[in-house]
Write a protein that binds this ligand. Structure first.
Ligand code: A3P
Length: 294
């Protein structure tokens, strides 16, 4: 079995060499939290940048021009990934509210979250669609090795031999702690099916008070079509060092069920067997069960 060269296994979780520093990541668990802190936690490719845009728009009461003006290159300038080198130091002295995203597993995140300080929004997505999205992202992102083939990447994903490690572990561990922290658990599929309702529940969870008009603006500027037109939201201005722009876009398709265009029948059988075995005791059935699981 060939190892993926960019990965560094650290305390049961794969980090990316050069993007994350294991020592720095270890310091995240000791961070002091403020009540106004918000972490969006996702397994990669589950809707992180979508939620970045929603948080920024809620904060700006729907004023899209203000959101774009605050972010020079991309929304990650302001709502950064806490585990990326340099982000933790900036977080410690940043003004409130500190809005951040993370792909870290529960055991590497700030322990102070368990004192119900700060909030977590966990976004889950059908892992079959995550796999497809991640396959394309590995072609776009220069810090990740371009997969030799879809088949090869399929196996790596199921082995958890990717940044983020096992999708199943990530989701199950975070979910099992949902009552230990202030958490809103939401799925990408819910957001696709009713963005208006999703934005309202996120707004309520964060204790925001927006008018109907402001909420409508948050929804409007967080649709796939509109986000794609906003350079900061769609990451088109990120440097060529990071992204190989000619091969694709961060905001690729934004749909449910693209896995059906990629999985063979045999791959779907394998995926289903792993899914059933990993998730058999998991207490939640997902919205995608009704439409997508063959
Ligand atoms: P696809 O590759 O399937 O298109 P992340 O931000 O966690 O890396 O997730 C990226 C995925 O979320 C991509 O999926 C991207 O297109 C999708 N996405 C981002 N913004 C979206 C939006 N407003 N509506 C629907 N999907 C969105």
């Amino acid at each position: 079995m060939e190892q993926t060269p960019e990965l560094v296994a650290h305390r049961g979780f794969n980090l990316i060499r050069g993007t994350h520093d294991p020592h720095d990541v270890d310091c995240i668990s000791k961070l002091e939290m403020r009540d106004s802190d918000v972490f969006v936690v996702t397994y990669p490719k589950s809707g992180t940048i979508w939620m970045q845009q929603i948080l920024l728009l809620l904060e700006a009461k729907g004023d899209v021009a203000a959101v774009s003006a605050a972010n020079k290159s991309c929304n990650g300038d302001v709502v950064s990934w806490i585990e990326v080198i340099g982000s933790r130091e900036a977080f410690m002295t940043a003004p409130s509210p500190r809005l951040r995203v993370s792909h870290l597993p529960y055991h590497l995140m700030p322990v102070a979250l368990t004192q119900k300080k700060g909030k977590v929004i966990y976004v889950a997505r059908n892992p079959k669609d995550v796999l497809v999205s991640y396959y394309y992202f590995h072609q776009l992102a220069n810090m990740l090795e371009t997969p030799r083939s879809f088949e090869d990447f399929f196996e790596k994903f199921l082995r958890g031999d990717v940044f983020g490690s096992s999708w199943f572990q990530h989701l199950k561990t975070w979910y099992s702690h949902k009552d230990d922290v202030n958490m809103l658990f939401i799925t990408y599929e819910e957001m696709i099916q009713d963005l208006n309702a999703a934005v309202r529940s996120i707004s309520t969870f964060l204790g925001k008070e927006l008018t109907e008009e402001q909420l409508a603006s948050v929804v409007k500027y967080s649709t796939f079509g509109n986000m794609r037109k906003i350079p900061q939201a769609n990451y088109e201005q990120v440097s060529d060092d990071m992204f190989n722009h000619p091969v694709g876009k961060f905001m690729r398709k934004g749909t449910i069920g693209d896995w059906k265009n990629h999985f063979t029948v045999a791959q779907n059988d394998i995926f289903e067997r792993v899914f059933q075995s990993e998730m058999k005791d998991f207490p939640v059935s997902f919205t995608w069960d009704k439409t997508d699981v063959a």
